[in-house]
Design a binder for this molecule. Structure first.
Ligand code: ZN
Ligand code: ZN
Length: 300
């Protein structure tokens, strides 16, 4: 196997905590979904996923806190970071650091294999969901000091798993075991697997209009995954316009995260929303080209 690190001083190691966290939700889901599933619990679980992942992950942490594609009041920023915690994906601060690290490497030609997506889906399942990438220093990645020192993000960094386990315990106590399986375990394991799968697919397959010069990875747009991931699946648009709050740029690229952003702007909770096409959000090194498709190849 090719060395997935490019610098020997960085660490890439099996992470027990990360692996246990995944199977803590995945195994009970696989075992009990058959007996716990009902239409009512399915609808509640889906609705919780929709609001928590869309507002907490896509609108809040990704577009708001990491890319600063709009300005918000402090309570809005903190609430969306808290919602992110309840996705079960982990610490918002750890994801922020990883995002800056990954962006830095993907925009260079000497990108480590771990961030390159030249490997198979099975390899990525192991790498992405079981390994931990720890750079020796965060200095090259230009992470804003205000984020690294943000007291709320630092508190959530230390306590995030307690909030997730606490909500699961409350659901179990108040609404029963089946409700905890459907609205806790199934919701969180689907989010963990969905987040990993969409991340893999939208770096490899789909259509693209932009190429980022001197970058190893420019991302792909995927219409169906774009819809179910609240806009995150229009990943070529995002690589080219990282500061745009709008990910879906064509009329058919349905972007639920963007619709929430418009609503929150109307309510006065956020302002100075940056929008591709209206504001200058195109990366300097990005060029526009004719549509290009990348399909999966099936080898027998
Ligand atoms: Zn991003
Ligand atoms: Zn990417």
């Amino acid at each position: 196997m090719k060395n997935p690190k490019c610098r020997m001083e960085d660490q890439l190691a099996f992470c027990w905590k990360k692996s246990i966290w995944l199977y803590l939700f995945l195994l009970p889901s696989a075992l009990f979904i058959w007996s716990a599933a009902s239409l009512k619990l399915g609808v509640i679980s889906f609705t919780m996923t929709f609001f928590i992942v869309c507002i907490g992950h896509s609108v809040g942490l990704h577009r708001g806190i990491i890319h600063k594609s709009y300005n918000s009041k402090r309570w809005f920023r903190n609430l969306t970071a808290y919602l992110f915690v309840q996705t079960g994906l982990g610490s918002p601060l750890a994801w922020l650091k990883l995002h800056y690290t990954r962006d830095y490497w993907q925009n260079r030609k000497d990108c480590p294999g771990y961030f390159q997506y030249h490997h198979s889906l099975i390899t990525d399942y192991f790498w992405n969901l079981h390994l931990h990438y720890q750079p020796k220093s965060l200095d090259p990645f230009s992470i804003p000091e205000e984020d690294l020192k943000d007291p709320w993000l630092n508190w959530l960094d230390k306590t995030w798993y307690l909030h997730v386990l606490g909500l699961n315990a409350c659901i179990w106590l108040l609404f029963g075991f089946e409700a905890m399986i459907m609205c806790g375990a199934v919701r969180i394991s689907s989010t963990l697997l969905g987040h990993w799968f969409i991340g893999y697919m939208t770096h490899k397959y789909g259509y693209s209009h932009f190429k980022v010069k001197e970058a190893d990875v420019s991302g792909k747009n995927n219409w169906f995954l774009g819809i179910v991931s609240f806009g995150e699946g229009y990943h070529n648009n995002h690589h080219a316009h990282p500061q745009s709050a709008k990910f879906g740029l064509k009329w058919f690229e349905i972007d639920f995260g963007w619709y929430f952003i418009l609503l929150f702007k109307k309510l006065g909770w956020i302002k100075n929303v940056k929008e591709a096409g209206k504001d200058r959000t195109l990366k300097k090194k990005a060029t526009v080209h004719k549509i290009h498709w990348a399909f999966p190849s099936f080898r027998f």
